[in-house]
Write a protein that binds this ligand. Structure first.
Ligand SMILES: Nc1ncnc2c1ncn2[C@@H]1O[C@H](COP(=O)(O)OP(=O)(O)OP(=O)(O)O)[C@@H](O)[C@H]1O
Ligand code: SF4
Ligand SMILES: [Mg+2]
Length: 326
């Protein structure tokens, strides 16, 4: 059974002034499931909608349409404070910037103990001990020393580990990690990736790992979702998709990776961007203006996500045609 399931999820934003109003279809018709004890990578260029998906899953945004199912029930319109609090304790989000997510005037002890108290995870007398345990779990030792420090006294990698310890405090079933390593030195990234693998194995957590970096997706993930201009254009087991991609966009991403040893070359364009193909999109494939395989139908019929190989699906009239058009 999946821990979290997303069905036909969409999120549209209005942009522009009163004279010329447009809508960014930041997330459109997105469906997938996160399974316990697995890591699902969500990759795509800047502006493709990855963070918006993570924020929808964390219930930080209301969807424009579609549903988010947590253990089988629809939570996309949960409003009662108690219910939102319960959901947020099960589904934790970790952001890119470990600096921004910690309060500079509070100690690490405060950050890790707070969720334990708010959510009554353990009796008060055990809070300190549990906080130390969490710090040990994320490799911050000795915990007594780390707990007494302030965020600025730690390195970037250590701060991200604190953010992870804080997320784990509430014993979540799902962790949404939005580019958790992109602000860290390359040498530190691997430690955070290994920590995710350890946590999925030991705690059965379902991770959504948002990244620009195909190499790290290949390293940690079980499943991969490739996003382009708000839509999932390909999904499947990571090894299979990266070995034999179906969608021309996935192929383009891989072709832009000249040498797996050069990690920086594997980053998929990290400038902040608006995916222009997602602004007031007409019918048709959003990738058509960049696609070397485009045919007539591509510019006026939106391709559906079709399972063209076992477990591997793509949104493409040519490489994954719908049964009716084959
Ligand atoms: N609050 C908002 N209001 C208007 N437009 C938004 C808002 N949030 C995101 N967008 C737009 O939605 C699209 C998707 O943005 P999102 O941040 O989800 O992309 P991303 O894949 O996370 O990009 P990056 O890799 O740069 O983090 C972009 O075109 C962005 O400009
Ligand atoms: S549907 Fe057409 S334009 Fe879109 S990716 Fe496939 S071939 Fe290219
Ligand atoms: Mg983002």
């Amino acid at each position: 059974m999946s821990a979290l399931e997303v069905r036909e999820l969409s999120k549209h934003f209005s942009i522009g002034g009163a004279l010329r109003r447009s809508h960014v279809h930041a997330v459109e018709d997105v469906s997938f499931a996160l399974r316990p004890g697995t890591i699902t990578a969500l990759v795509g260029e800047s502006g493709s909608g990855k963070t918006t998906v993570a924020r929808l899953l964390a219930r930080l945004y209301d969807p424009s349409s579609g549903a988010v199912l947590f253990e089988g029930s629809d939570v996309s319109h949960v409003r009662r404070r108690r219910d939102v609090l319960h959901y947020r304790s099960q589904v934790q989000i970790i952001f890119q910037d470990p600096f921004g997510s910690l309060n500079p005037v509070k100690t690490i002890r405060h950050h890790v103990e707070r969720p334990l108290r708010i959510h009554h995870i353990v009796p008060s007398a055990q809070v300190e001990e549990r906080a130390h345990e969490l710090l040990r779990t994320v490799g911050l030792v000795p915990p007594e020393e780390i707990a007494a420090k302030y965020p600025h006294e730690l390195s970037g990698g250590q701060r991200q580990r604190v953010a992870i310890a804080r997320a784990l405090a509430v014993e979540p079933k799902i962790v949404l990690a939005d580019e958790p390593t992109s602000m860290l030195d390359v040498s530190i990234r691997i430690g955070i990736l290994n920590l995710m693998v350890k946590l999925k194995e030991e705690r059965g957590i379902a991770f959504l790992y948002v990244t620009h970096d195909l190499a790290s997706a290949r390293y940690v993930a079980d499943e991969i979702l490739v996003m382009y201009a708000g839509q999932i254009v390909e999904r499947g087991p990571v090894e299979q998709v990266l070995a034999e991609p179906l969608h021309p966009y996935t192929r383009l991403l891989l072709a832009a990776v000249p040498d797996p040893a050069k990690r920086d070359a594997e980053r998929i364009g990290t400038r902040k961007g608006v995916a222009s193909a997602a602004v007031d999109p007409p019918e048709g494939c959003r990738f058509v203006s960049r696609c070397p395989l485009a045919i007539d139908v591509c510019s006026h019929v939106t391709p559906p996500l079709v399972e063209a190989r076992p477990a591997q699906a793509a949104r493409c009239h040519v490489t994954a045609p719908a049964p009716s058009t084959r």
